[in-house]
Design a protein around this ligand. Structure first.
Ligand code: DGL
Length: 269
């Protein structure tokens, strides 16, 4: 039987494309609809109330497109809104926090885990809660990196200012002796090269996107949701704000999977 409907994916901007990259590798036969909420990027500085409104509007939009599941490809929504709303929908909704936490728990040897994420995510302590739920003996140090999202949205992946920001945010975590670093915002894996150059070989850098797609695979096999039809699948990209920058930077990040970007207005406010 299976299910040939698309998967819905969303983030504030290009960050969720890290999850798209993993999806293309692991589930190339699946159609998907990506929504980048570029009218509201960055999410890291938004209030819980604002984030709740955005989440509900985006999910309503994706449900209107008849998606079979939604991947919340955003650390901020996965930390703050997803735990409050996931039970309210009758399709699977999955985020990146659980995937990252289970990876970090398996990776660390010395029990000291660093998490870099947006300010809203760090304030929620969602990563610490999830990691310590799995192993309460672990120490978790969370740091907000507000410069990273604007740098990635501008396509500045290896510039000098990016290296400076990486050093400013990560040195204090290295001083604390972490051996694993969770990239707790989906934009950050696009900075992996600069981050790994800075942290060196002794630190495992964890990108939750791959594990998140593994969780989707698990749910799809349990609920018979894989696309089993031979017809060509489709990939659509929508944004709420700047479409040109999403197109240009998005193609820089994941190539010509992005053929066109549609600007839509979904907000009732
Ligand atoms: N990529 C998102 C996250 O993982 C949103 C970042 C932002 O817009 O501040 O948190």
């Amino acid at each position: 039987m299976g299910d040939n409907r698309p998967i819905g994916i969303f983030d504030s901007g290009v960050g969720g494309l890290t999850v798209v990259k993993s999806l293309l590798e692991k589930l190339p036969q699946e159609s998907f609809i990506y929504f980048g909420d570029t009218a509201h990027v960055p999410y890291g500085s938004k209030s819980e109330q604002e984030l709740m409104r955005y989440a509900r509007e985006i999910i309503a939009f994706l449900l209107d497109q008849d998606v079979k599941a939604i991947i919340v490809a955003c650390g901020t929504h996965s930390s703050i809104t997803l735990p409050r709303i996931s039970e309210q929908y009758d399709i699977p909704l999955l985020g990146v926090v659980k995937a990252a936490a289970s990876c970090a728990v398996k990776t660390t040897h010395n029990g000291k885990i660093g998490v870099v994420a947006t300010r809203a995510t760090v304030n929620s302590r969602a990563y610490t809660g999830e990691i310590q739920r799995l192993d309460s003996s672990l120490k978790v140090y969370e740091t907000a990196c507000p410069q990273f999202v604007p740098l990635v949205e501008a396509g500045k992946l290896e510039e000098e200012e990016t290296r400076e920001a990486v050093s400013e945010y990560l040195q204090p975590l290295l001083d604390l002796g972490i051996d694993s670093l969770v990239l707790g915002c989906t934009h950050y894996p696009f900075l992996t090269k600069v981050i790994s150059d800075f942290t060196g070989e002794g630190i495992e850098v964890i990108d939750p996107s791959c594990k998140t797609v593994d969780q989707a695979i698990d749910i799809f096999s349990r609920q018979d949701l894989f696309n089993q039809q031979d017809q060509a699948c489709f990939r659509k990209f929508y944004v709420s704000g700047n479409d040109e920058s999403f197109y240009n930077v998005g193609r820089l990040l994941i190539g010509d999977t992005i053929k066109e970007v549609h600007k839509v207005r979904i907000s009732k406010a």
